[in-house]
Write a protein that binds this ligand. Structure first.
Ligand code: ADP
Length: 175
C-alpha cells in the first residue's frame, strides 16, 4: 500500500529490514549501547558486519527518542539510522518518545541528503509497545513530517508479519 503526501511516497510492505536494496538508510530499532542484541538490531548487525558495532559503540549511550547515523557497511544501504524506542510502560511519555524517534530519524536522513528511508515498527518487539498504538503514532508523525522534507522522497515501513502489515494498512487508510 502507498500514499503520496506532499510529493513523498509513504509505503507499507511486509519483509525484512535487512533486504531493502533500493533504500538509502534503514532504521535500526537499537538498544542504548548500539550493540547487536536481538530482533531488528541483531539482524542489522549480522548483515552489516562487525564494523557497524565498531562505529556505533563510541556514539553510545543514546536516550529514548534519540537517533544517530552510521554507515551501512555490508548492508545494501549506505547508512543505518539507529533509534532507541521507548520501553512501553517504563519510558515516559512513551507516545512522545516514539514520535521523536521517527522525527529524529527523518531529520538525519534529510541532513545526509538521503532520498529514501525504511523503518521497522520501532518498540513493538522486545520493548512491548502495542502494535495498533505504535502504528498510529508512527504513521501520523511521518505524514506530518513529510511536509517539511526536501531530500527524502520515499518512506517505507517494513513490517515483519502479515498481521503487522494489516494493522498499518488499516491505520494509513484512515489517516
Ligand atoms: P524493539 O526493541 O524496539 O521493540 P525489536 O527488534 O524487538 O525492537 O522489534 C521491533 C519490530 O521489528 C517487531 O515488530 C519485530 O517483529 C520486528 N522485526 C524483527 N526482526 C525484523 C526484521 N529483520 N525486519 C523487520 N522487522 C523485524
Amino acid at each position: 500500500m502507498q500514499k503520496v503526501v506532499a510529493g513523498v511516497t509513504v509505503e507499507l510492505v511486509q519483509g525484512d529490514i535487512t533486504a531493502q536494496k533500493d533504500i538509502g538508510a534503514v532504521v535500526n530499532a537499537a538498544n542504548s549501547q548500539l550493540r547487536p542484541g536481538g530482533g531488528v538490531a541483531g539482524a542489522i548487525h549480522r548483515a552489516a558486519g562487525p564494523e557497524l558495532e565498531e562505529e556505533g559503540v563510541p556514539l553510545a549511550p543514546i536516550k529514548p527518542g534519540e537517533a544517530v547515523i552510521t554507515k551501512g557497511y555490508n548492508l545494501p544501504n549506505s547508512h543505518v539510522i539507529h533509534c532507541l524506542g521507548p520501553v512501553f510502560g517504563a519510558d515516559k511519555p512513551e507516545d512522545k518518545l516514539l514520535a521523536d524517534c521517527y522525527k529524529n530519524a527523518l531529520a538525519l536522513a534529510e541532513e545526509h541528503n538521503l532520498q529514501s528511508i525504511a523503518f521497522p515498527a520501532i518498540s513493538t518487539g522486545a520493548f512491548g509497545y502495542p502494535i495498533e498504538e505504535a502504528a498510529e503514532i508512527a504513521l501520523k508523525t511521518v505524514l506530518e513530517k513529510v511536509k517539511t522534507l526536501r531530500n527524502v522522497n520515499l518512506v517505507r515501513f517494513v513490517l515483519f508479519s502479515e498481521k503487522d502489515l494489516k494493522v498499518h494498512e488499516k491505520v494509513l487508510s484512515r489517516l
